[in-house]
Design a protein around this ligand. Sequence first.
Ligand code: ZN
Length: 254
Amino acid sequence: MPARHQRWVLGAVVGLGLAALGGCASTEASATDRAPLPSSPTAVAQAAPPAEREAPPAFDLTAHSTTDPRSIWVVVNKRLPITPADYRPDPMAIVEGYQVSPAAAPALERMLAAARADGTPMRITSAFRSHGYQEGVHEATVARLGRPAAERISARPGHSEHQTGLAVDLGSLSEPGCNFDACFAATREGRWLAQHAVEHGFVIRYTEATTDVTGYQPEPWHLRYVGRPLAAELARTGATLEETFGLPGGDYPR
Ligand SMILES: [Zn+2]
């Protein structure tokens, strides 16, 4: 709820409370019966122009495609594979030696520069991964951990956000032992990202609260570019991409 709307509701509630305290005999008194003193909060609320009381315009959820892998709003998960399966951004941008989508590259550069300026430099540990490369990553993870554990942290080829070029994994320089580990969240770099990524149009895609929806364990190092308007909207609502767009998530279909 926007602050001004909150203030109006608070004013109304306080106003009703004052009316009761003032010995107002009837609880059925209509708004016009309740003529409050001009200095009461209710008077302030009544004086507010009508526009102040209207809800803000709804966020436009149709501004970008959620299925086109070139779209900054594309949703890729265990239910929604990338189409076409062999997609790769063309042209490709390079940031600090890593391949990323040109749509995300300027924002990524700005975010890394801002982190550096705040005394929290960090590095990219993974960015675009092709279908073939992800196949190798996934097979190696399954061989190392077994399929059930591997599936909670590693996407099957065609289901990885990294293939869009819009996702990056970031690493700590102060505590590199926490890279790709849950303890990354508590590092200086992890805490900086949790606080500032949204300002640059990125979201931490996999969190503790959303494992059922995303299908993945928390990954405080995995940042997904969605652009500033949607990043701000997700920060405001606390919802995932899946919940925001009403799209399926969770585990692979059986
Ligand atoms: Zn990642």
